[in-house]
Design a protein around this ligand. Structure first.
Ligand SMILES: [Zn+2]
Length: 472
């Protein structure tokens, strides 16, 4: 007699994930026919496939074989876990709403990878909190800057915790939700305008940030840093504490009305939120009010804005107004937003530019190709490994983390690591460069700053009088 229980359960899980039989097949390396056979009960997957299946569908192998969700059923009775399940559904719905149905397989794959890594942590709760905080700030024309790797997560982006889209450069239509990936530019902000087949102008976005960039943070609890304007400092702390009302909170005031950390403990995890008051953010609010234009609606990704950065007229532009940055913009021409993002990273790491990437650029290497962020180490290695048919990303991740922390600069690159890097075809300049780096930023962090700087540049160009009065 045919047993339908496994097939029915698989069918339910697949629909919950919004996958077609073909898409699920792609993710786990079988044909849609094989998936169809499992679902109609005419065959069972081999044990070697079960693990992949469980990863793709976000359940344990044990759950798959017993055809029911143990964990969810048990955990559902507790507040925090019920919330998490709802949040995952919310993020999933946001993905479908934005990227159509069916969602392109690259995007589904990214979502599921993040879910597999994060579903046993509280990360998604922090993303949701950041989204609540950022909505509260926007209502009063205030600005919240989230530091660290949050922008490396697609789920964080979908939930509104960050404005940084980590996908590869792509176009997306807000009317018909068509998505077109386009690798002709290294950054979505550099893609030329494009019209959708439905006639609407498409939005270009995506900074090609691998999720692995924030894996360390995800695995070691959520530690979030937010900068806010001094006026919004108290409301922000209240907003965060209200959000985590069901958790145990320990507040530590390092500096009155300027710097607070809130330790957040739940049954499953411990994390923290640091809130820092930044003087200059008050001026952004004044600027937005004086010009009656909202910060989050500025069309900053244009040639005119890029030209201003090229000319070095960056007075009053946060993080770009220093002599060092001006010199840098003079020495290295930013031909694209990708270059500008690279330049920011090169200036904000240690051991990254001087005696390192600077020499490569002087010898004619494009600034877009050198290592400016931890993400670049991972991406360069992953590209080589994929071209050699190696799918494992564990090695690239380890090298990225060791480089980011300056371990190779301190202790030298171990001989066996050097040999392995050579065996996957990494160039000498790459090995040489990672051996000198002491501190590397997260790309998501750099993109946030460039976004803010380009927005300010837009004001400078279009509301020069107000900008000069408020920002200079
Ligand atoms: Zn369209």
């Amino acid at each position: 007699m045919r047993d339908y229980s496994f097939g029915n359960f698989l069918h339910e899980l697949r629909l919950r994930s919004g996958l077609t039989q073909y898409q699920l097949g792609l993710l786990i390396g079988v044909s849609d026919k094989a998936v169809s056979k499992w679902e109609n009960g005419s065959s069972m997957p081999q044990s070697s496939v079960l693990y992949k299946l469980s990863e793709a569908l976000g359940v344990s192998v044990d759950e798959l074989l017993s055809c029911k969700y143990h964990s969810f059923e048990k955990k559902d009775t507790k507040g925090v876990f019920a919330t998490k399940k709802q949040l995952w559904n919310k993020a999933f719905d946001a993905m479908r709403e934005r990227y159509g149905n069916p969602v392109p397989i690259e995007i589904v794959n990214r979502f599921l990878t993040e879910q597999a890594e994060m579903q046993n942590t509280d990360s998604i709760v922090y993303f949701d909190m950041l989204s609540v905080l950022s909505s509260a700030a926007k209502k009063r024309h205030d600005h919240v800057m989230v530091k660290g790797g949050t922008g490396s997560s697609l789920v964080a982006y979908l939930l509104g915790a960050t404005e940084i889209n980590p996908l590869k450069p792509h176009y997306c239509c807000t009317a018909c939700h068509r998505v077109v990936f386009d690798d002709s530019a290294a950054d979505g902000w550099d893609l030329p305008p494009k019209e959708c087949i439905c006639g609407r102008a498409m939005i270009a976005d995506g900074h090609d940030i691998p999720f692995e960039s924030c894996r360390h943070e995800v695995n070691h609890g959520s530690h979030v840093f937010v900068s806010v304007s001094p006026d919004f400092f108290r409301p922000a702390v209240e907003c965060i504490e209200d959000y985590f009302e069901e958790y145990t909170l320990t507040r530590k005031e390092w500096e009155a009305d300027r710097f607070i950390t809130i330790k957040v403990s739940s049954e499953s995890a411990e994390g923290s939120v640091a809130v820092i008051a930044a003087e200059e953010y008050a001026r952004f609010q004044t600027l937005a009010q004086a010009t009656a234009t909202s910060f989050d609606r500025i069309p900053f990704a244009s040639d005119e804005i890029l030209r201003e950065f090229q000319s070095g007229s960056t007075d009053g532009i946060l993080e770009f107004h220093t002599k060092y940055m001006k010199n840098m913009l003079h020495t290295v021409r930013a031909n694209s937003f990708h270059d500008l993002i690279q330049i920011f990273g090169l200036c904000h790491g240690t051991g990254v530019w001087t005696d390192n990437a600077g020499e490569l650029v002087a010898q004619g290497c494009p600034v877009g190709k050198v290592i400016a962020y931890g993400d670049d180490v991972f991406r360069h290695m992953q590209e080589k490994m994929i071209s050699k048919g190696l799918a494992d990303t564990g090695f690239a991740y380890a090298v990225m983390e060791n480089t980011r922390r300056g371990l190779y600069a301190k202790n030298g690159i171990p001989h066996d690591i050097k040999m392995q890097l050579k065996s996957i075809g990494m160039d000498d300049w790459f090995v040489d460069s990672i051996g000198k780096i002491k501190i590397l930023m997260h790309k998501a962090h750099g993109v946030s700053y460039v976004r803010l700087a380009a927005t300010l540049m837009w004001y400078k160009l279009h509301y020069t009088k107000e900008f000069n009065e408020i920002m200079l």
